[in-house]
Design a binder for this molecule. Structure first.
Ligand code: MRU
Length: 345
């Protein structure tokens, strides 16, 4: 069973500090928005669906901290807090999707007393969490239908329970395949610079007793050249209308390699990761992070401290490199401009 990455307990957000894994499994309680903002920014809470859930629960914290009974003041304050939460990370659209859903609950109930709006906001945030749980299970079922017993699968970053409210997206497919009795082997990219693959994905897979082998990111090509990879499953942070997909830096190079070697490359993501307001991946904002993430490994300096660094956290995989996008609504195929819109309707 997956660990409980994020939830609401006794009027606070309770989450796992993912920066400490795999060394330490620490649950943190959070009762204020600045602390939550920092947790998202520093990747203590990370992964697109989990960031969305954190944002939604953050709006509840904001609503509870605003003591006014004036609806006008309440709504103005809530919008300010939502804007602040939205500034934590730019790429995963789930954050903006969840914040917009919360804002619209407040707006459409503005005729009610503030205490009632607060209750409705909590209900909505818990619904977002529950919907993500159900989406994970459905994606896992669809995805597992593509996995054959004996398959060797490659994955990148962490698209598991730690990135969602339940089973994960790409890893959910692997957990479900195992549950169905299909014997699989998994290679995990370590995922520099912050090592989500090594620290988080390897930890989750081993916990579920899946045959797991860790590789450095630059070893994937040679495995594919040797014919050792049957399929690749990755998650997503934002999918444009045409299917272009932003995911953790390094995903694009895997997709190019996969196409070159004839390995099917699958993206697994809930519909909340679609951004149908943008046409192509060129419009996806890509987060650039601080240079020390590259100059260091787990806090230890590995490069001259004044060397220049380029550190984009995500890249965009063009739609033609993606064999299918697995969602909670089913397995979507190209042309994605049609299949994405249909499944989001
Ligand atoms: O920077 P991170 O760790 O938040 O990046 C996460 C990813 O890129 C995941 O692959 C993506 O969010 C999918 S999670 C189900």
């Amino acid at each position: 069973m997956p660990v409980e990455t994020i939830n609401w307990k006794n009027g606070r957000i309770r989450y796992i500090d993912q920066t400490l894994l795999p060394g330490r499994l620490k649950f943190v309680e959070c009762d204020n928005i600045p602390k939550l903002w920092k947790a998202i920014k520093t990747l203590a809470i990370r992964g697109a669906p989990a960031i969305g859930i954190a944002g939604a629960l953050g709006v509840v914290l904001g609503a509870n901290s605003c003591k006014t009974e004036s609806r006008g003041v309440f709504l103005r304050d809530l919008r300010r807090q939502i804007k602040y939460l939205a500034s934590s990370r730019p790429t995963a659209v789930n954050l903006f999707w969840a914040l917009a859903r919360m804002e619209s609950v407040a707006e459409s109930n503005i005729g009610k007393p503030v205490s009632a709006i607060r209750r409705l906001l909590l209900k909505e945030a818990l619904q977002i969490l529950e919907d993500d749980r159900n989406a994970c299970r459905a994606m896992a079922r669809y995805g597992a239908s593509l996995v054959k017993a004996g398959d060797t699968i490659l994955t990148h970053c962490n698209a598991g329970g730690l990135a969602t409210a339940d089973y994960g997206t790409a890893l959910g497919v692997l957990f479900e395949s195992k549950r169905l009795g299909k014997r699989i082997k998994v290679y995990v990219d370590e995922t520099r610079p912050l090592l989500q693959g090594a620290r988080l994905t390897a930890w989750e897979l081993i916990h579920e007793r899946i045959d797991t082998t860790l590789i450095c990111d630059n070893m994937a090509a040679s495995l594919m050249a040797k014919g050792k990879i049957d399929k690749i499953f990755v998650g997503a942070d934002r999918i444009a209308s045409n299917g272009d997909t932003a995911n953790k830096i390094g995903t694009y190079s895997l997709a190019v390699l996969a196409t070159h070697h004839g390995v099917p490359f699958y993206v697994v993501a809930p519909v909340s990761t679609f951004d149908l307001d943008i046409n192509t991946g060129r419009d996806i904002p890509i987060e650039e992070r601080g240079g020390d993430e590259v100059r260091t490994v787990m806090g230890k300096m590995i490069a001259p401290k004044n060397v220049k660094v380029y550190n984009p956290a995500f890249d965009v995989t063009p739609n033609h490199l993606i064999r299918a996008i697995i969602t909670e609504k089913g397995i979507l195929k190209a042309p994605y401009s049609r299949s994405l819109r249909r499944s989001a309707a």
